[in-house]
Write a protein that binds this ligand. Structure first.
Ligand code: NAD
Length: 255
């Protein structure tokens, strides 16, 4: 059993932007930050994000929803602007929005490559670039959703793993560049978490499934709340001396 009980008031007085907040890991992260006292800007391309913000408010927290596409510059910047307009500060940015698709690497359609890079990498860049001045002011922190695919070979996921490798490289670069200005930048690398993304994955039907034995040896997949608790730890003051780190949340798959 995992204990993922929220820490009350850990983020009291803080303002957090969470992208990908309508589902899976982003949703659990937004709910947890809300339960821990943050004012949450819940961001997603899906309209369901309204319900997540409403759930935080119903539970006694503070939140607003921004429905936007982070792959578009304006859509990626809008949540940061909303945080500053509404609450006057930004302390935590969680770049969680992402998409996944699979194909034989010699058959990846242009649209698949371009969309995955646009959402998973360019979107992270756009949101982060907009947020950095406010995070320097607040001495805040950023947590990225990388992936075990940035740390080891994930067959049939060439666009996805390239995007996550880029996120990890960006994490380390930003951590170096902004450390002396008080901003920490870390990443989680989840693996095999049970969310709609993984449930909806369509693999080519002629593949050697045994290659997945190395990636997902655990019979029991873990829920997104286990990743949310790691994200909140990295974002919190208790991780004050952790910077440029990638924390695997994969049940030991790559240990
Ligand atoms: N589930 C896993 O095993 C796993 C493993 C490694 C990394 N990750 C990463 O964790 C993050 C969350 O994944 P998840 O499993 O919770 O998936 P999910 O599909 O449940 O949630 C992803 C959310 O991102 C949103 N989104 C997609 N495109 C968007 C866009 N253009 N603009 C704004 N929002 C957009 C979706 O609508 C969805 O709500 C992703 O970055 C994913 O790559 C997940």
């Amino acid at each position: 059993m995992s204990d993922t009980t929220p820490h009350p008031n850990r983020f009291a007085g803080k303002v957090a932007v969470v992208t990908g907040a309508a589902s899976g890991i982003g949703r659990e992260t937004a709910l947890r930050l809300g339960a821990e006292g943050a004012s949450v800007i819940a961001v997603d391309i899906a309209a369901d994000v309204d319900g997540v913000a409403a759930q935080i408010v119903e539970a006694g927290g503070t939140a607003l929803a921004v429905q936007s596409d982070v792959s578009e510059r304006a859509g990626a910047e809008a949540p940061v602007d909303a945080a500053l307009d509404e609450y006057g500060q930004l302390d935590v940015l969680c770049n969680i929005a992402g998409i996944l698709a699979a194909a034989h690497s010699d058959q990846v359609p242009d649209e698949q490559w371009e969309r995955i890079i646009a959402v998973n990498l360019t979107g992270v860049f756009y949101t982060t670039r907009r947020a950095l001045p406010a995070l320097v002011e607040s001495k805040g922190s950023i947590v990225m959703a990388a992936s075990t695919s940035a740390l080891s070979g994930h067959p049939w996921m060439t666009a996805y793993s390239a995007s996550k490798g880029g996120v990890l490289a960006m994490t380390r670069t930003l951590a170096m560049e902004y450390a002396r200005r008080g901003v920490r930048v870390n990443a989680v690398a989840p693996g095999g978490i049970t969310t709609p993304m993984v449930g909806g994955l369509q693999l080519p039907d002629d593949i050697d499934f045994s290659l997945f034995d190395r990636i997902s040896p655990l019979d029991e997949f873990r829920g997104p709340e286990t990743v949310a608790s790691a994200i909140c730890f990295l974002a919190a003051p208790e991780a004050a001396h952790i910077n440029g780190e990638v924390l695997r949340v994969d049940g030991g798959t790559l240990a």
